[in-house]
Design a protein around this ligand. Structure first.
Ligand SMILES: [Zn+2]
Length: 424
């Protein structure tokens, strides 16, 4: 019998794979290698002989084609690390069988309660088996639900050679949560025409638009001296930075006030001293040109903040983080179209919405591997209240299998009609 996605999931979440943005190693934490090695062993155990891990921890493997003839190679990708924002050690997964809509109180912290009234997505889960952590850690459904779904699909495809499909590539990656997941991804070695990350939420979700993102660092230079003798001399960079932050838009263009296709400007780290204070600002927009406008605004406000202090200096650095994957995917419409077809064949309705963030797919798409994102059933990412349902994971497995079949059908490389226009 096949190992269910749930069984696999429960094995993976107990491995502490929290990533660490302060680390300079790759992967950032050794626990990730533990799980990555385990995945190589499991892939080999189900008969995928070429499973291997490279020097950076990336696991790649191939499910051989069952169908002759030239069929495009497609891939599936999931990340093994969990968010550094929350404890990931000592995860104690709990399966709540046949959810009945009542509150789920997590035993290790009774203030952690999953309530139907707070979580509209739970309304669709009555009768399903819900997995949570125990109240003091995250669960790690992000993205071990995706890992489990890919593993279960791989096992299914190996055991059912009558299912016609081309070569299917698998990759498990480290350090996605700290934005490094694509850093050492060897796109040439992966050698697929496209890939799908399994790192999304509710049933049917298909994401192929992400933010375009830059990171700005605004640094104020003041002048420090002994505060007892500072009159007329000191220029406090902390005050300049505070003035700057106060000038940033608050009731618009902020994460707290935007949704859908709206971008934002978000101060999120301050490194402060009297002599020098830097403010890190995230810039987000679905249209890459919109980043430039926001960056010009931020720069103007930084200059305004020091306008009355001629001894102060401000400098600005801008770093590109990632770009909207849609710019690439619009040129390969079959990638998204086949995902829609597969979701429908699994009995679901595609739910398409923009990702207000980035995924590894945002970067992989620009590295030559068009990579939209599919649901894996993850909810409440990076939270003690994270949950997933076993039935949703099974549906994700089904969608993967259907996608492999769709790509094996004649004419799959041909382009269907172009996508609808970009939203205004
Ligand atoms: Zn994720």
């Amino acid at each position: 019998m096949d190992t269910s996605a749930l069984e696999r999931f429960l094995r993976y979440v107990i491995v502490d794979t929290r990533s660490d943005e302060r680390a300079s190693t790759f992967p950032s934490t050794p626990g990730q290698l533990t799980l990555l090695r385990q995945l190589v062993d499991e892939l080999k155990a189900i008969g995928i002989d070429d499973a291997s891990m490279d020097e950076h921890g990336y696991v790649m493997a191939t499910i051989p084609a069952t169908s002759p003839g030239p069929i495009p190679v497609i891939g599936f990708v999931a990340h093994v690390d969990t968010s550094p924002e929350m404890p990931g050690a000592g995860v104690r997964p709990i399966v709540h069988r046949r959810y009945d809509g009542r509150d789920i109180v997590l035993p290790d912290d009774p203030t952690a309660v999953l309530r139907l009234s707070d979580q509209p997505a739970l309304a669709t889960q009555i009768g399903n088996d819900i997995v949570t952590a125990s109240g003091t850690t995250l669960l790690g459904a992000d993205d071990k639900a995706g890992v489990a779904a890919i593993m279960a699909a791989a096992e299914y495809l190996i055991r059912h050679p009558a299912v016609a499909h081309g070569p299917v590539r698998i990759a498990f990656t480290p350090d996605e949560e700290i934005g490094r997941g694509a850093n050492h991804f060897d796109v040439a070695r992966f050698a697929a025409v496209c890939a799908y990350t399994l790192d999304g939420g509710s049933l049917g979700e298909l994401e192929y638009e992400s933010f375009s993102a830059d990171a700005m660092t605004v640094t104020f230079r003041g002048f420090n001296t002994h505060p007892g003798y500072a009159k007329g001399h000191m220029v406090n960079a902390i005050r300049l930075a505070a003035d700057f932050i106060a000038l940033l838009p608050r009731d618009r263009l902020s994460p707290e006030t935007t949704e859908g296709y709206e971008g934002y400007v978000h101060p999120y780290v301050v490194d402060a001293s009297v002599e020098q204070t830097s403010v890190k600002v995230l810039i987000r927009d679905f249209v890459t040109a919109g980043l430039k406008e926001k960056e010009a605004m931020v720069e103007a406000l930084a200059k305004q903040a020091i306008a009355s202090e001629p001894r102060a200096l401000v400098s600005i650095a801008i770093e590109e983080s990632y770009r909207n994957m849609r710019e690439v995917l619009d040129r390969h419409p079959q990638v998204v179209e086949h995902a829609r077809t597969a979701i429908r064949r699994a009995g679901l309705t595609p739910v398409e919405r923009p990702i207000r963030g980035g995924t590894d797919g945002s970067r992989l798409s620009f590295m030559g591997l068009p990579t939209p994102n599919l649901f894996a059933g993850e909810h409440n990412f990076h939270s003690r209240l994270e949950w997933v349902s076993a039935q949703d994971m099974d549906k994700a497995v089904e969608v993967i299998v259907e996608l492999c079949k769709v790509w094996a059908e004649p004419g799959s490389e041909q382009l269907p009609p172009p996508n609808s226009q970009l939203p205004k």
